[in-house]
Write a protein that binds this ligand. Structure first.
Ligand SMILES: NC(=O)c1ccc[n+]([C@@H]2O[C@H](COP(=O)([O-])OP(=O)(O)OC[C@H]3O[C@@H](n4cnc5c(N)ncnc54)[C@H](OP(=O)(O)O)[C@@H]3O)[C@@H](O)[C@H]2O)c1
Length: 312
């Protein structure tokens, strides 16, 4: 039998239940993965609360969008972006349906090889935030020598966006709580504390101006400070300020079929994470049975990195 975590109603983390199910069989173009690590995203919380759709016919609802693990079965034509997939391969899959599980069936087109040197918790939690960071960077498009402001630079999306921008030659100023400033400095990011007076503090750090901004937080402060400091509003991108669509900034979510940046992000991010040149903090890991507690920690907003379930 397989063990999975489902939402039995729409509501807070308390609606999550651990259930037993038949081990899924792979259909054409599918693989079955024994999950070693399943990343938790705030979006999972939005899904179970019904914030992104509350059709009772979808209950019990599988939860979790990304996993890393070992392939245990393959259907016909199981070919991923890196080629044919076989039993025993160590892989990463995102997006999947129902990642909070010890066994997951995924379409091969979202399954990529896990670099051997990449540890399981990072492997199971890097692709959704990493793809989002890559997409945000594509819109903000910081050039070498330009100044990029990242709101929430100590968050998971923010950490990756900030590091990649630094490595590509931008000067990056990142907002974070004081306890994360040293971490940001270690990435080559100039830290600044968010809260009242933020625009003035950023101006003092970038008297020559800010060329582009990435908002990973969605507060009015992040949007308004960006609008104040960045002349070209088409170079302000938010992944969270969905109430501010009328402000002239660019909002991004989900897929980007026209550019495929998210789906292709693994090609750069995984080797970099494996060789240590790209860091992703894993704040906490939990056993599968403690998924509700893990999701509460993520919901509370200051995890300081990824939170990951370790089913086996
Ligand atoms: N649109 C998309 O495609 C997409 C994709 C992925 C995620 N998201 C959304 O993007 C958001 C961030 O995701 P994430 O995974 O990076 O979150 P995360 O890892 O939980 O990070 C959140 C970070 O926000 C920081 N923070 C909290 N309040 C802040 C404030 N007022 N100003 C600046 N920073 C603040 C915290 O840093 P401190 O501890 O330093 O305060 C924390 O580290 C979530 O809302 C998520 O749902 C959207």
């Amino acid at each position: 039998m397989a063990t999975k975590v489902v939402a039995t109603a729409f509501g807070g983390p308390e609606v999550l239940s651990v259930v037993e199910a038949e081990v899924p069989q792979p259909g054409p173009g599918e693989v079955v993965i024994a999950v070693k690590a399943a990343g938790i995203n705030l979006f999972d919380y939005k899904v179970i609360t019904g914030a992104v759709g509350a059709d009772p016919a979808r209950l019990p609802l599988p939860v979790g969008l990304e996993v890393a693990g070992v392939v245990t079965a393959v259907g016909p034509d199981a070919v991923g972006p890196a080629g044919p997939i076989g039993v025993g391969d160590e892989v990463i899959a995102a997006p999947v349906a129902g990642g909070y599980a010890d066994t997951v069936t995924a379409p091969a087109r979202v399954v990529v090889p896990k670099p051997p040197a990449l540890d399981w918790p990072v492997a199971g939690s890097i692709l959704l935030v990493g793809g989002t960071a890559a997409h945000a960077l594509q819109v903000a498009a910081p050039k070498p020598g330009e100044t990029l402001l990242v709101h929430g630079a100590a968050g998971s999306v923010g950490q990756i966006a900030a590091q990649v921008a630094v490595q590509d030659g931008a000067r990056v100023i990142g907002t974070a709580g004081e306890s994360n400033h040293e971490l940001l400095r270690s990435y080559g990011v100039i830290p600044v504390t968010y809260g009242a007076g933020l625009a003035d503090r950023v101006r003092a750090l970038a008297p020559e101006g800010v060329d582009a901004a990435i908002d990973t937080i969605g507060t009015d402060e992040a949007v308004d400070v960006s609008l104040e400091l960045v002349a070209d509003h088409a170079r302000i991108v938010s992944i969270a300020a969905f109430g501010r669509g009328d402000s002239g900034i660019v909002l991004i979510s989900g897929d980007d079929p026209a550019t495929n940046v998210r789906a292709e992000a693994w090609r750069r991010l995984l080797p970099a994470a494996a060789d240590g040149s790209l860091k992703l903090v894993v704040a906490r890991t939990y056993p599968l049975a403690e998924a509700a507690e893990a999701l509460r920690f993520v919901r509370d907003g200051h995890a300081g990195g990824k939170v990951v379930l370790l089913p086996s």
